[in-house]
Design a protein around this ligand. Structure first.
Ligand code: GAR
Length: 191
């Protein structure tokens, strides 16, 4: 049984979806959630689902406490789901190819620092894109630059607002993110 840890900064709809998908799953389960925000809604979702969620501050990420904790808990795969902090180098080194992220656009477009959540959808609409999508990728030292694992697209209408784009992205994320995680685990990809 593989142990998954999720890092999240916000609402946690992806975290909740992953917990549900991997509850009673033969391959893996979500062991815990860590947030860099004390008041993130993800804590409420996890309390409801009975999954331990921890607030860990900037210092804990920087001084190695988060890394130690993940090792103690024997985590196999770290999943970033709406996590806004840059992952510290020691964590990346120790979990090489075992940290993945979901990004709400078709990378390398609309990625990089500051590109998260509604900022991404606003930029996509402002650029007049005819399609957008989601990218699931390995995490390296730079925002949104690790090797791409999978991408899924959705068509956009000229009339789509950033909120419409967000809804389309949400649908793709709910449908595909857990499936890609499962495939990674099944293929025994470096996880
Ligand atoms: C998701 O759309 C995720 O792709 C995005 O934040 C949202 C989190 O929603 N991530 C980024 O923008 C990372 N650059 P959630 O907290 O409800 O899962």
């Amino acid at each position: 049984m593989k142990k998954l840890a999720i890092l999240a900064s916000g609402s946690g709809s992806n975290a909740e979806n992953l917990v549900n998908y991997f509850s009673n799953h033969p391959l893996a389960r979500v062991e815990l959630v860590i947030s860099d925000r004390k008041n993130a809604f993800v804590h409420e979702r996890m309390a409801r689902l009975g999954v331990p969620s921890y607030y860990m501050n900037k210092e804990a990420f920087e001084n190695g406490s988060v890394l130690t904790f993940l090792k103690e808990k024997e985590i196999d795969l770290v999943i970033l789901a709406g996590f806004l902090k840059l992952v510290p180098k020691d964590l990346i080194r120790n979990f090489y190819n075992r940290i993945i992220n979901i990004h709400p656009a078709l990378l390398p477009a609309f990625g990089g620092k500051g590109m998260y959540g509604m900022h991404v959808h606003e930029a996509v609409v402002a650029a007049g894109e005819t399609k957008t999508g989601i990218t699931i990728h390995y995490v390296n030292e730079n925002f949104d630059e690790g090797e791409i694992i999978a991408q899924y697209e959705t068509a956009l209408l000229e009339t789509d607002t950033p909120q419409d784009v967000a809804a389309k992205i949400h649908e793709l994320e709910m449908k595909w993110f857990p499936v890609v995680v499962e495939q990674l685990l099944r293929n025994e990809m470096p996880v």
